[in-house]
Ligand binder design. Structure first.
Ligand code: BG6
Length: 477
């Protein structure tokens, strides 16, 4: 079912695991200004670091000092690939510095060397919600065209430095988040108020779509540079695929589903894979009275920066309808209407394994290029039992069903390169800032109050996944 050389692995992001937020020359990224929250309490951005607030990224699970142990555990699991991100502000602490921080560069040298020692391919995201805070404060984030140059400088620096250590790259994590108000802060680096809730920001749509245009250009420039620096590099886009179904077979519901799917899922990928804006984007801009400023060279830049593969996160699906009054549910970045045929996780994300087969076919049908599932997993409360073990059978069941459906998609003849479970070890939840919402195959002893020894413990899913990898997806029991 799974081809030889299939890239099995696990994933993390710097801001959710590294900690060491002000160590080793690093300065603040935007995430270091996000407070802790919960399912019922939104995370807030504060323009200053407040003494009486908790900022979960500051220590996170201290991967910075535990990377050797963590990578050894991933190797023990048999991972062929480890997806992680580089914290931009560890390399260019202010974002606009002329020269990079050698100490920051050395940290990732060590991390990648450690991966190589175990023959594990790093899959590196250049920007996973980690814009240096100074670029947000001083320049207004990607709303300012100048920030493209700073990103390009950062991208070229790391692509050059790690050209013999890293082969697989992603430019912007969940770039399509920028099509929604929630993406202002984390993808685009736009803050319209001194203090705001990330789920509920003051949104200037015109500014947001202009900033997104700049992010497309930044991504395209990085892709072009990557291909020049090492023609063997494979660079992907990264889309949060929000799979949506019409709630009913009323044509109105289908049309709404199509419209949302176009702008939320297809718009960014069309630009990054095909190198041009799709027709429906212009229609959307007109409808919302948006004027996106294109400079003369922009079309050419986009054309020259097409990605080699399509990567995406897939956690859940939801329904849409034009009818009012239906029960709603939560989801990754975006909630929706409840699907009566699906069950949801404790955080209200609807579990839909068949949806991953549908989604893989849908994407392959549209783009026909290799795909990579770079995030899929279950956020749940894990308890340590009397014998010190974590019996996370619910996570195993979730992963098993999704892997089975990926296998079916492979039988449908889609081209899938690999799969990285979210997440390798427990880490800070991006949406809620909690530790309690655990995704890891490896448990980390740390709670929401910040207490814990940071000790790593293999969960039951760790042993299960090891067998999955060992048998190349044949044994899922
Ligand atoms: C994706 C992000 O949105 O989903 C990750 O790329 C994130 O950073 C993951 O952690 C799960 O979301 P959450 O909010 O449960 O952490």
């Amino acid at each position: 079912m799974f081809p030889n050389g299939f890239l099995w692995g696990a994933a993390v992001a710097a801001n959710q695991c590294e900690g060491a937020w002000n160590i080793g020359g690093k300065k603040e990224s935007i995430c270091d200004h996000l407070t802790a929250g919960s399912l019922h309490k939104n995370r807030r951005f504060t323009s200053e670091i407040l003494a009486d607030e908790k900022y979960p990224s500051h220590e996170a699970v201290d991967f910075y000092h535990h990377y050797q142990q963590d990578i050894a555990l991933l190797a023990e699991m048999g991972c062929k690939v480890f997806r992680l991100s580089i914290a931009w502000s560890r390399i260019f602490p202010n974002g606009d510095d002329e020269t990079p921080s050698e100490e920051g560069l050395r940290f990732y040298d060590n991390v990648f060397d450690e991966c190589r020692r175990y023959h594990m391919e790093p899959l590196v995201t250049l920007s996973h919600f980690e814009i240096p805070h100074n670029l947000v404060k001083r320049y207004g984030g990607f709303a300012n065209r100048e920030v493209i140059t700073f990103f390009e400088r950062y991208a070229k620096t790391v692509l050059e430095r790690y050209k013999d250590k890293v082969k697989y790259w992603l430019t912007f994590n969940e770039i399509n988040f920028g099509t929604m108000p929630m993406g202002n802060l984390e993808v685009l680096g736009i803050i319209n108020q001194e203090e705001e809730e990330i789920a509920n920001p003051l949104d200037d749509m015109q500014l947001r779509f202009q900033a997104l245009h700049h992010v497309f250009l930044a991504s395209a420039r990085a892709v072009k540079a990557a291909h020049e620096i090492n023609p063997d590099f494979k660079v992907g886009c990264m889309i949060a695929h929000i799979t949506m179904y019409p709630l009913t077979c009323r044509p109105e519901d289908l049309l709404l589903q199509q419209e949302l799917d176009q702008i939320i899922n297809n718009f960014c990928a069309d630009v990054q894979v095909r190198g041009a804006y799709p027709y429906f984007a212009f229609n959307y801009f007109q409808k919302h009275d948006l004027q996106i400023l294109f400079e003369r060279e922009d079309q050419q830049i986009l054309k020259e920066g097409c990605v080699d593969f399509y990567s995406f996160s897939y956690y859940m699906s939801n329904c849409v309808t034009t009818e009012e009054g239906h029960e709603t549910t939560m989801g990754n970045l975006l909630g929706g209407v409840k699907n009566p045929y699906l069950k949801a996780s404790e955080w209200g994300w609807q579990v839909d394994p068949k949806g991953i087969r549908y989604t893989l076919n849908k994407i392959y049908d549209r783009y026909g290029i290799p795909m990579f599932v770079v995030e899929n997993g279950l956020g749940a409360v894990d308890e340590i039992d009397g014998s010190g073990e974590i019996q996370d059978d619910y996570r195993i069941a979730y992963l098993k069903e999704h892997i089975l459906e990926m296998g079916r998609a492979l039988e449908d003849q889609v081209d899938l390169m690999g799969y990285t479970v979210w997440s390798a070890m427990d880490l800070v939840s991006s949406g809620t800032g909690e530790m309690k919402k655990r995704y890891g195959l490896i448990h980390v002893d740390k709670d929401d109050t910040g207490n814990g020894t940071l000790k790593r413990t293999r969960k039951k899913s760790f042993y299960w996944y090891r067998k999955v990898i060992e048998t190349n997806g044949e044994d899922l029991e």
